[in-house]
Structures are given as C-alpha cells and as structure tokens.
Design a protein around this ligand. Structure first.
Ligand SMILES: *Cc1c(COP(=O)(O)O)cnc(C)c1O
Length: 568
C-alpha cells in the first residue's frame, strides 16, 4: 500500500504561542515543540486539543508564598480562526455540540501544521456543557471525564467533519485522548455493517494508533469509575469487552491506550525500562524527548549560532560544531541572556542580583516528587558554602496544582527559607512560571538545577532547554539526565543511581551530594577556571542540544511509529 501518511496528534494540552494559556507544563510544551518541529519539516501532521478558554491558571503569591489562582482569560479570536464544522457528542443522553478553532503552527520553511482546538461554548448547549472545554486540569473527576470524551470522541468526529478521512495514524500524547480509539472502533464496526463494535475491530484500530506514556508511577495514570463512564457514555461494551476497557471497576485510560495501540513508547531510556516493568504484557519502545532548539535558544545565543553554525535551525545536528565556538563570543552571548533575566528578577523582586555572581536556576511544577526545596535541606551548610567558597544566587519559580496541599506548602516553605537566608544569599521566587519565564530562566542562569526523587522524573525537558543555551545542569540522575550527563563534561550529577531507597533515606544524602558538588566543583570552576567552565558550556550544546531536540525525536517517531512496520 502506498498511502502518504497523515498523522493526527492528540494532546490534552499544547503550548502553541506565548500568549495562549492552553498548556500547564512539560506535556504541553513537548506537544508544542513536536508540532513546531513537524511544521519545520513540512510533515503532514494535524494537532487536536481543547480550547481552554480559562487556561490552567494564573498564579499570585503573597508575602508568605501562599498561592492564589485566577483564570487566565484570553482573546480567542486574536489567535485562532473558527471552523465551520460542528459535531455532536452524546454525554448522559444529551447532545453536546462541539465546534473547533484552527490555529496554524508555521515552520521555518513555510510548512503549516493545523491544530484544531475543540470548544463547547455554544448557545445550543446547557450552561454546564458550555464550560466543559474551559479549564485545563480543572474541576472534579466527572468534569475531567467529560473533557476526555470531547477530546477523544469529539476530536475524531471534528477531523472527519473537516475532511480528514485518510489519516494513517492517531498519536495519543498521554492517556487523556484514549477515547479516540473507541470512536475508531465504532467507525470500523459501522464500515463492516454492524451497529456495535466487537473483537473483530481491534486489529484494524491497533494498526492506526500510537501511544506515548509519560508517567513512571501507576498512580499517575488517568482512570475513572466504570459506573461514571457508563452513565456518561451509556456504552455496555465497556463492560462486555473488559479485557480492552477495564480493570477492577475502572476505565483506565492508560490500559485502553495500551490495548489499542500497535506502537507504544516511553520518553527516556530509564522511563521505558520502568514502563516495561509496569506494563509487562506490552512491548514498550523508547524515544527520548527533546525540545525545539529554535524556540528555546535565547536571542543572543541564536545570533551567535547564526554567525558560527549556519544551518543549525534547519538541521540541529549541526549544533555539534559548538565545540569550536570562540570562548569570548559564547560567554558574551550568555552574559546578554543573563542580563535580561536579572533585569526581570530585580525589577519584580527588588533582590539586587548581580551579573558577575554565579546564578543557579530551578523552575518546574511544584509537585512533591520534584523536591523543589531540596537545596534548603541544610540552610546552615548553604550559608557556609556561600561565605567560604564563593557567592551564588538562586532564581526559583513554579506553580502548584490548586488541589495539591503539599505543593502549596512547599512554596511557603521555600519563602521561609528565602527569608532566613536574606542577609547571606540572594534568592528570588518569581511569580507565575510560564513559557516566557521558562525561556528567560533556562537561557539566563549559569547552572540549571533539577532535584527530583528518582525514578519519578519520566524525562524532564527544562534541562534540555538550558543545554541549547550552553547552560549546564547540576541534576539528579533521573529521566533524560541519565543519558545526557557526562560528569564534568556536560554538567554534574547529584547523588548516585536510584536504588529504590525510601525517600526519607535518599533526600538527606542527595542534599549532601548537592552541597558537595556546589562547594568542591561548580563554584570553584566558575570563579577560578573560567575557560574550563566555558568548555562545559560548549559541550552542553555540542553533545546535548544536538541530540535532545524535537527534530531528532520527530525523526524517530516518523521512522518507527508513523511509517514503521505495524505487524508486531
Ligand atoms: C519546560 C517547561 C516545563 C517542564 O519542565 P521539566 O523539566 O520537565 O519539569 C514546565 N513548565 C514550563 C513553563 C516549561 O517551560
């Protein structure tokens, strides 16, 4: 068969543009970077997500670090065009009307990837239904299920209504979109002249579907009580075909996606290994995440690349030539990016940060396993290091999920530590971590910190963004850093390899290891062996940015998941 492949990429969140709050964190930025790489490569992809009129949330922090949340309203019409198509999805026997808005991801050679953002805010719908597509990861379980019904089932129907009849692959970026496979089962049954699907439809659907899992712990997988699913969808097949749909009274979206995909992958080698253990009956492949180099390199770094590494945007493998970047130019480009960050930090927090002081950065979702407060484990030791070894300053940012009391408390705890250290170390917590701030921070700090509790970090991508900017990582050996860390060459590892210790044992040891690396290696190198520090910066770009990018990642999806052999 000689069909041009056409791929539909489904994701609950996609970061499409700085001013569009249609994402929460890493998953959405990865999806956006993937589509940006596809547009650059002029590949036949289309994206599907929800409109998220109220975004995830905008964060406000008071003096104590107590977080409050506000909806991020945005002017939809400024960024997207309404499509004429309308479809109907049944929820609890109500007809929910769905429309789509089209966004165009534009590539660097004129390629365009259309993205359809689904929206239920139509006058035909009940007041409650009009808000289904408002808030990313908001509401309760029922709200989330309704969102996933719109995304999966509504998404496939909108694609058909828009004339996408010949799609050769449906890629589920995480399990949220798994109900799309049920819609494909229905379509296949209908073509075979049957009213309902059965086991004969499974193989055809599996050939079409690709699933990327992003969570290394079973508890992180999306699931819904069966009675809830039945009342929403009214489909008894969910129980009759239990080996496809259910496990112990629940519809587990991950298992649904696993059962109905021919190609399944984890997002880093370690994560794939762990997923293979959790999902023993399935073959899990391995495609390590990347970032869109063009999007994450700061403007001064981009100008330097343009001068010394022509063609780096079109072909990221060229970044290996960073090994020959002149030290003075690399340092100067980095200094400009650092100034942009410090201007913002000083303007917002009045913390008086200085350009010639070694600056560490830490920013991510404040979830418990990320251990955002690890650096404050022993405040006295931290103070001693800054007094005896050399000064440093720290820029921190991150949102906690509104429903996560531990995360909210972690932010308050960090604020207390910042106050305690007020007279010895400059530390700033920036409000409302988002894409723009992420760009400033990963480009503008000198060393990127990451301290998750292994093996919880599936991949992590912010350290890859830092690498594009020549910013080395000082990180726990977990996720991508197991592959990216060459000690002393691309950055530094904190702690040893995970040995399944319990967190209470592991955390103090990791903190000591972090302090040791700061005291004996990173700070002395920065102040006393600048040439060698710059060499680490070069290797971050040459060895890591040339590989951990979405161009290489997309190529792997194309070769193995989109074009690949489906007869496994
Ligand atoms: C890159 C990014 C993330 C994900 O970073 P991790 O290293 O995977 O935690 C989250 N939020 C924003 C705003 C980002 O830019």
């Amino acid at each position: 068969m000689n069909v041009v492949p056409q791929i539909a990429y489904f994701s609950m969140e996609i970061a499409l543009e700085l001013e569009m709050p249609t994402y929460c964190g890493g998953l959405g930025l990865l999806a956006g970077d993937m589509l940006r790489a596809a547009a650059d490569g002029q590949l036949p992809l289309v994206g599907v997500s929800l409109l998220h009129r109220k975004g995830y949330f905008c964060q406000k922090l008071d003096q104590q670090g107590t977080q409050s949340e506000q909806p991020c309203e945005w002017t939809v019409e400024r960024f997207v065009k309404e499509c004429q198509a309308r479809v109907i999805v049944k929820i609890e026997d109500r007809a929910v009307h769905v429309r789509a808005w089209q966004y165009e991801v534009k590539g660097n050679k004129g390629g365009i990837v259309p993205v359809y953002l689904l929206d239920t805010d139509l006058p035909e719908n009940s007041e409650w239904d009009r808000h289904i597509t408002d808030q990313l990861y908001g509401g309760n379980e029922w709200y989330r299920l309704c969102q996933e019904i719109i995304l999966g089932i509504g998404g496939v129907r909108i694609l058909r209504a828009l004339g996408h009849d010949h799609l050769t692959r449906y890629h589920m970026n995480e399990g949220h979109a798994a109900l799309l496979a049920m819609e494909l089962l229905d379509e296949h049954a209908l073509e075979a002249g049957r009213q309902t699907f059965n086991h004969d439809d499974i193989e055809a659907v599996r050939r079409l579907c690709v699933f990327t899992t992003h969570t290394p712990v079973p508890a992180g997988h999306d699931k819904f009580p069966l009675h809830m699913v039945i009342s929403a969808l009214g489909r008894n097949e969910v129980i009759e075909m239990r080996e496809v749909f259910c496990c112990e009274g629940e519809l587990n979206m991950t298992y649904l996606a696993l059962n109905l995909s021919h190609y399944i992958n984890g997002v880093a080698k370690k994560h794939t290994e762990i997923s293979q253990r959790i999902f023993a009956g399935y073959k899990i492949h391995d495609i390590t995440n990347g970032v869109h180099a063009d999007t994450w390199a700061s403007p001064p770094i981009q100008r330097m690349f343009d001068r010394y590494i022509p063609g780096w945007r079109e072909d990221n493998f060229n970044l290996r030539h960073a090994l020959s970047l002149p030290a003075a130019d690399l340092w100067d480009a980095h200094a400009q990016a650092k100034n942009s960050l410090l201007d913002r930090v000083n303007f917002e927090t009045n913390s008086g940060m200085e350009a010639n002081v070694l600056t560490f950065g830490f920013a991510r979702r404040i979830a418990d396993y990320k251990r955002a407060d690890l650096i404050f484990h022993n405040i006295e030791r931290l103070r001693e290091i800054s007094q005896d070894t050399g000064p440093f300053q720290v820029v921190i940012s991150g949102k906690s999920h509104p429903g996560d009391p531990v995360g909210r408390e972690t932010i308050r705890k960090i604020f207390r530590s910042i106050k305690t250290l007020k007279n010895s170390i400059r530390i700033a917590y920036l409000n409302n971590y988002d894409w723009e701030l992420g760009r400033l921070m990963t480009g503008g700090v000198d060393v990127w910190l990451n301290t998750p509790l292994p093996p919880m970090e599936a991949s992590g991508t912010s350290g890859m963004k830092a690498a594009v900017n020549g910013v080395p990582s000082l990180s726990i050996l977990d996720g991508w850093w197991i592959e990216g860390c060459i000690e002393g060459t691309t950055g530094w590892a904190i702690g040893g390899a995970p040995k399944n210790e319990n967190p209470a044992q592991r955390t103090p040891a990791d903190a000591e290891s972090l302090y040791d690396k700061m005291e004996y290696i990173v700070i002395p190198l920065y102040y006393r062996e600048r040439e060698r520090f710059i060499d680490v910066m070069r290797h971050s770009i040459a060895l890591n940015a040339s590989f951990f990018n979405t161009q290489r990642m997309l190529l792997q999806y194309v070769l193995s998941a989109y074009f690949g052999n489906t007869e496994e």
